[in-house]
Design a protein around this ligand. Sequence first.
Ligand code: ADE
Length: 373
Amino acid sequence: MSLLFFVIKIYKLWYTFVMAIISDNNDFQKNSKTQGKNPIVKMETIEYDKTFENTIRPKTFEDYIGQTALKETLKISIEAAKLRERPLDHLLFYGPPGLGKTTLAGVIAEQMGADIKITSAPSLERPRDIIGILMSLKGGEILFIDEIHRLNKVAEEILYPAMEDFSLDMTTGKSQTVKTLRVPLPKFTLIGATTKAGELSGPLRDRFGIIHRLQFYTIEELTQVIKRTAGILDIKITEEGAVAIARRSRGTPRIANRLVKRVSDFALIKYDGVITDEVANNSLDVLNIDEFGLDTTDRAMLNLIIEKYDGGPVGIETIAAALSEDVRTLEDVCEPYLLQSGLLQRTPRGRKVSPEGYRHLGKKIDSYQQSLF
Ligand code: ADE
């Protein structure tokens, strides 16, 4: 009997301790109550242009353009989970930035009729950060962790039993007197997003039941995204104008939405307010965005490899240092599209500009380089 009292006392102490730890994380709980159904509650660490992104962010699968195959399998998983009255399996989305991983998580939450909490791995620095979030979850809620490949080891270890058994393993005492307590958590769904699936540890990856890669968007899909955004923002645009912007959006809706806003400024100030293909092309030329959607940094990267390193191969650190750019920006933002569009190649000895890359920049390949392809 006294042992039972002892266990209950320890549990109570732990509960008080953990609640004290998470009390500073309670803001999002307050928010979720004030925002009604399916609030997307953001931690302050993620930059978020509420007025722009939130108004154009699709909330349903019908509004969400592209990723057709993925949407179909997700709809089935969601319906099955609802029928079984169980939370959706943990999901991992990977792919280049701007393809709509966060947006899709919001759509899933809406479809499940669940609340969603959104955070990113770099903001889960201390154990109490992840414990706080996990203990604040309600049954069926969705936890979205962006850049999940950047989760530290301790946070990962805390996440394993949470994902597998919906529990937190707590330890008390020191060495010989150490005790482990299992604190039950409500059943939740974790949606992880990463631009670098390869950097996720094996054990973490294995705990996701559903893993999907998001694809770059086609010109047709981006045209639809642009027309939808223009409609919401009351921007006048012709079909050809939308196609012209889509062509230079690097297969990425986030870029398409950004460009439609930039071009609409030009249309308003320098033209008669309507985005035609001429208005779009002239404005994007002024903004230094070329017919492939490459910007100044992309072209500087290709130019540097051609001019200074004979077309490559050259290491990414060397390129970053020469351009005074961050390695991560080059790897996560510039490279995926340059690789996908075949302008750049990645080899074990570094990055190489492809013959298409030379052609795109109007450069001649010398006979030595030619022999390497
Ligand atoms: N805005 C950003 N991504 C979108 C998508 N996939 N569909 C519609 N609008 C979007």
